[in-house]
Design a protein around this ligand. Structure first.
Ligand code: JFZ
Length: 461
């Protein structure tokens, strides 16, 4: 933050840390599901057996395939894929049931990615699902099915469109560019209002593709558009990637104030510590492969994150008051991969057992070398320790400051509802600035998963 705040006219519209029920719900989601689905699911990161892995940055970017391996007439081929989009196994209700089983409390669904193809029948474009052989409104099915399962829906929307002739990347200069980009801005506004009208149940938008100079330069337009979207739905939740102030400052305005309701910069990365977050709400969105949000046919040689990897990232996010959002890239027929399905099942088992430690919790201001602490929001005497690193001798030694008002009094395993031995350990370290509590992990606890210990806190005796 600058030492001397400057005047910002097109800064934040909402205050950070909104306290309304919609934002309170957001803070408790804990786990979310991202779904990237679109025409890129058809090639699935390859074409005619040739992999785009080294050419396109990620599977959903395959239209941007570059280098010597690009198939002939590739762009034309890609832009005609919609004529084949006919997902015969697509079942939004099944996706929603499985997302619920996994423990997701919100979903972010791609209505339109950078390629410009709309999964809803937009009045403002011909490049939509209505003109595919499938014809039916996919966004509507997703919104309805997830909402019915009690999962809140957020719509992913890319501003940038690769194949829209009105789109201008740099600041429009010529009369033609100015006219085109002006039409493009109106089109963007129309589509967003259309999504709000068609799907009034949505809780928010997840914006993307807002990095080009043309959009950055349109700060007055985007400021008014955000106001309009919020007027239509005062509970609407928008992340920080929608727009910038008049000084090209994105995500945060020139005074360091968050633009939007939560910080949206944690894409395949995790804040190293809470200080970096400045007390703002945030979510981390994560792929299962190293990169690649859309379907990948051949994942040979790619590291796919395991259930344990996901649990670690999920609880790390929760310990820092964030949400963790796991991405899925269904294939062209609407099927999740075997690995994705296995993850859903295994993660679902874990989130069910350990729900108390994941939802309705907040940061606890101590760190643990064994894993992550989360504290119940409703009961400040219920502390959870997710053990990722199991001590070799089975003794978890918790360090609390000597003057702590609440200290561990008893402990139990969440998975077995089994009480654990807890005793104060007067080991005489740190000149008694800390007190220590030993919890014994039973030797017969045979698990290769992280496990959660519920620790009841009490006033020191
Ligand atoms: C964007 C998209 O380009 C990508 O295809 C995917 O949809 C992802 C969720 O979002 O990729 C980004 C966006 C922002 C950053 C990095 C990749 N960022 O802020 O570092």
């Amino acid at each position: 933050k600058p030492a001397h705040p400057i005047e910002v006219k097109f800064g934040a519209i909402t205050k950070p840390n909104r306290t309304d029920p919609a934002m309170a719900a957001f803070r408790n989601y804990g786990l979310g599901q991202f779904i990237h689905w679109g025409l890129y699911a058809i090639p699935g990161n390859e074409w005619n057996g040739v992999s785009a892995r080294s050419g396109a940055p990620a599977s959903e970017w395959i239209r941007k395939w570059e280098g010597s391996t690009v198939p002939t007439n590739w762009i034309e081929t890609y832009d005609n894929l919609y004529k084949q989009f006919n997902p015969k196994n697509f079942d939004a209700k099944q996706w929603a049931r499985r997302a619920k089983e996994m423990g997701a409390k919100y979903v972010i669904f791609t209505t339109k990615h950078h390629d410009g193809f709309c999964l809803w029948p937009s009045k403002y474009s011909d490049y939509t699902i209505a003109n595919s052989p499938y014809k039916k409104d996919i966004v509507k099915q997703v919104v309805d099915a997830y909402t019915e399962q009690g999962i809140d829906v957020f719509l992913y929307f890319s501003v940038e469109e690769w194949n829209n002739k009105d789109y201008v990347k740099n600041i429009p200069k010529t009369p033609d560019e100015i006219a085109r980009f002006d039409r493009f801005l109106k089109y963007t506004r129309n589509q967003l209002l259309e999504l709000q009208t068609n799907y009034p149940k949505i809780k928010g938008f997840w914006f993307d593709g807002t990095w080009d100079p043309s959009w950055i330069n349109a700060y007055a337009f985007t400021y008014n558009l955000e106001k309009e979207l919020r007027n239509n739905n005062p509970n609407l939740i928008i992340g920080s990637r929608f727009r910038n102030d008049e000084y090209e400052s994105r995500h945060f305005d020139s005074n360091g104030v968050l633009l939007g309701d939560y910080e949206q910069g944690w894409e395949r990365k995790m804040p190293a510590d809470m200080e970096l977050l400045g007390g703002n709400d945030w979510d981390c969105v994560m792929t299962i492969p190293p990169n690649g949000w859309g379907y990948i046919k051949n994942t040979d040689g790619m590291y796919l994150k395991t259930t344990n990897d996901i649990i670690d990232l999920l609880m790390k996010s929760r310990a820092m008051n964030g949400n963790f959002v796991l991405n899925f890239g269904p294939d062209q027929n609407g099927n999740m991969s075997k690995h994705e399905n296995e993850l859903i099942t295994a993660l679902g088992k874990w989130t069910k057992t350990n729900a108390e430690a994941i939802y309705d919790v907040k940061n606890f201001p101590l760190e643990s070398k064994y894993g992550y602490y989360t504290l119940s929001k409703t009961d400040p005497t219920s502390l959870f320790l997710t053990v990722i690193n199991r001590p070799v001798d089975g003794i978890l030694r918790l360090t609390f400051p000597r003057n702590a008002k609440l200290v561990p009094a008893s402990a139990a395993l969440l998975d077995h509802e089994r009480d654990l031995l807890l005793k104060k350990a007067n080991i005489g370290l740190d000149r008694d600035t800390n007190t220590y509590f030993d919890i014994i992990v039973p030797e017969n606890l045979k698990t290769k998963r992280a496990f959660v210990i519920k620790i009841k806190l009490n006033t020191p005796t």
